[in-house]
Design a protein around this ligand. Sequence first.
Ligand code: DCP
Ligand code: MG
Length: 366
Amino acid sequence: SAHSSAKQDSTVSTYACQRRTTLNNHNKIFTDALEILAENLEFCGDQGPSLAFRRAASVLKSLPAALRRQEDTQRLPCLGEHSKAIIEEIFECGSSSRVEEILNDERYRTMKLFSSVFGVGLKTSENWFCRGLRTFEQVLSEPSIRLNRMQTAGFLFYEDISKPVSRTEASALKIIVEEAVICVNPFATVSITGGFRRGKEFGHDVDFIIKTPEAGQEDVILPAVIERFKSQNILLYSDLQESTFDIRQLPTHCFDAMDHFSKCFLIVKLKCEQETDARAARDWKAVRVDLVAPPLERYTYALLGWTGSTLFERDLRRFARLERGKLLDNHALYDKATNTFLPANTEEDIFAHLGLEYIEPWQRNA
Ligand code: DCP
Ligand code: MG
């Protein structure tokens, strides 16, 4: 009934970590539009306004049903005047003229294209755009542009790694990673994290987290996995980042920064049934893989941090800080009132420390 849906709406939290957001999005027509507005603002360097649209989209993703009319937005948090106007236009016309305009905008299209290359971030994309470049051909034939190693790999394997990775491919990769990890440490375990842990059917990469039975064993794993992939002739690119983790530096104050664990960003060959490219007679596809190997006592925080979604993580940290006086990052949970670190063996422990109902990984698609 209208009454019960109003009651439901009035209880939606402003924090993504207090909402259950599955992949069953009943408001895709609205959230797609709001996310394009957000992305366009990111391309313009307007992170603040962009986040407002991301939050609005996230609230709609958490709803148990589609919005039926404009009044349904009244009791929802995080929907500003601008978001409401976009929703209203979609109700009235089926689409947003501003979104259509963005999708046809040269700057948006070019930034979207350039930033889709592995190793090419927003700054590089903007630089190339401002120099009048619009296509990969123009970038690759511009003598003054020197690509770094990551970007070179990004262009070389663009065709493959710009295609989504399926859950089946992720499972096949898990077996390959597990085999390599077990060679180094037979008691280490490998788990899929990132979007696939949240139940997604496709991803832009496959994220794995490695757990060693004892602290200190994590350091040797990734270099050995890389060596093994090399000897198997399946390594196309690797960027190993040694651990810079230092317990004495906790708690960190830059919450959205990268964590300090040993990790690597790879491109690997994944054997496939059919030839991906008949002319090249290839029986493999290039796939992006991320591996992280935290120290055992940091594992739970790292798992929570790498499971995402990005907005869910952001709101967990914001909730911890603003509502609980606690600092959360991928390494630890710190209580500012007692100046102590709070221990956790499971993700449930971390939610409990924060006084939050437990949210399952597949409910974190905020
Ligand atoms: N993450 C992190 N620290 C990093 C890299 C990622 O905490 N250095 C987190 C944020 C993401 C998650 O790990 O939610 C996985 O990152 P991805 O970019 O792979 O994002 P997803 O797996 O959620 O999406 P996709 O399906 O595009 O891979
Ligand atoms: Mg991922």
